[in-house]
Design a protein around this ligand. Structure first.
Ligand SMILES: O=CC(=O)O
Length: 328
């Protein structure tokens, strides 16, 4: 079968930060005729009807009403990662199109990064590195203290796949685990990791030495941590966000970090991404930042790609779609 006979799959572009991983393109091309957004825009009339799937990598391409109208053969939107906040699910559903994501492929690496950020912020690893490589370093600096992780209370907001994996890891660090979950209490997970449920988010915030945001961004969770919530946290507490930047009121966070309302923050996600180079978060010593790299391991990214291929192929054959997102 020539490339042209394979099912058409729309990707944003093949290279660059939002392009698909270089070493994935060859695998994808064995199954699909990959059509870049640029090619599609230059030749909508001919390519539109050939496209049966949109492959979203790094949040792109955006799936607008206009795009959906120009893809009459579209069966599925296959989106890398767990978060779906870049998609209007109701809109996609109204076109009779399925959506699949890859929640299992990202949960372990994202939980690993959550713990890496927790440890880095607690023990001031980035500052320590800067001190160690500076010309005037001293060994064993006596004014350089961090927060103890062993025995500390970790508050996990969101006990989904990622939250649970964080709890498993935190247990190995002998942390006390409390959690809050918006939808329901998770009894099995509680028992497996010895976590204590906080029905009220406020209780979790008041008790925790570390607060980990592992919740997806929805209209209900946007701004979940604002001025009021930051005031409830301990002055020694550290906030870690591996969910989405918009879960936190960032201006309130900057103020809390500047005034010592909380001790520190470690953020894999911000808004916007990346932050403008003059953003106050970039100048604070008590902030550890990473550029949205929760799933950035070779293994996870490959698994994500393979999961997306499986979902697309299943949908094109009319089979049950692995990781299909239930659209209301
Ligand atoms: O941000 C990453 C994801 O949604 O998995």
């Amino acid at each position: 079968m020539g490339d042209q006979d394979l099912p058409g799959v729309l990707v944003s572009h093949l290279e660059g930060p939002y392009g698909i991983c270089e070493d994935h393109a060859e695998d994808l091309k064995r199954h699909f005729n990959l059509i870049t957004m640029q090619d599609f825009l230059e030749n909508k009339a001919q390519l539109g009807p050939k496209i049966q799937a949109v492959y979203i990598w790094g949040g792109r391409p955006a799936v607008s009403q206009e795009l959906l109208h120009s893809l009459p053969s579209l069966k599925i939107v296959a989106s890398a990662g767990a978060g779906l906040d870049h998609l209007d699910l109701g809109l996609v559903a109204s076109f009779g199109v399925k959506v699949a994501n890859t929640p299992h492929a990202v949960s372990s690496p994202t939980a690993d990064l959550g713990m890496a950020l927790l440890l880095a912020a607690a023990r001031r690893v980035v500052e320590g590195h800067q001190l160690a490589v500076s010309p005037h370093t001293e060994n064993f600096p006596t004014d350089y203290m961090g927060q103890q992780v062993t025995g500390a209370t970790l508050g996990i907001i969101g006990m989904g796949n990622i939250g649970y994996k964080i709890a498993q890891r935190a247990r190995a660090f002998e942390m006390k685990i409390v959690y809050h979950n918006r939808k329901c209490r998770k009894l099995e997970e509680e028992e497996a990791v010895g976590a204590i449920y906080c029905e009220r988010l406020d209780d979790l915030l008041q008790q925790s030495d570390f607060v980990m945001l592992a919740v997806s961004l929805t209209p209900q969770t946007q701004g979940l941590i604002g001025k009021r919530e930051l005031r409830l946290m301990k002055p020694t507490a550290i906030l870690i966000n591996i969910g989405r930047g918009l879960l936190v009121d960032q201006d309130a966070l900057v103020e809390a970090l500047q005034t010592g309302l909380i001790k520190a923050a470690a953020l894999d996600v911000t808004y916007p991404e990346p932050l403008p180079r003059d953003h106050p978060l970039l100048g604070l010593k008590n902030v550890t930042l990473t550029p949205h790299i929760g799933s950035a391991t070779h293994q996870a990214r490959r698994q994500i790609m393979e999961n997306l291929v499986e979902s697309i192929l299943a949908s094109l054959s009319g089979l049950p779609v692995p990781n299909e997102v239930q659209l209301k």
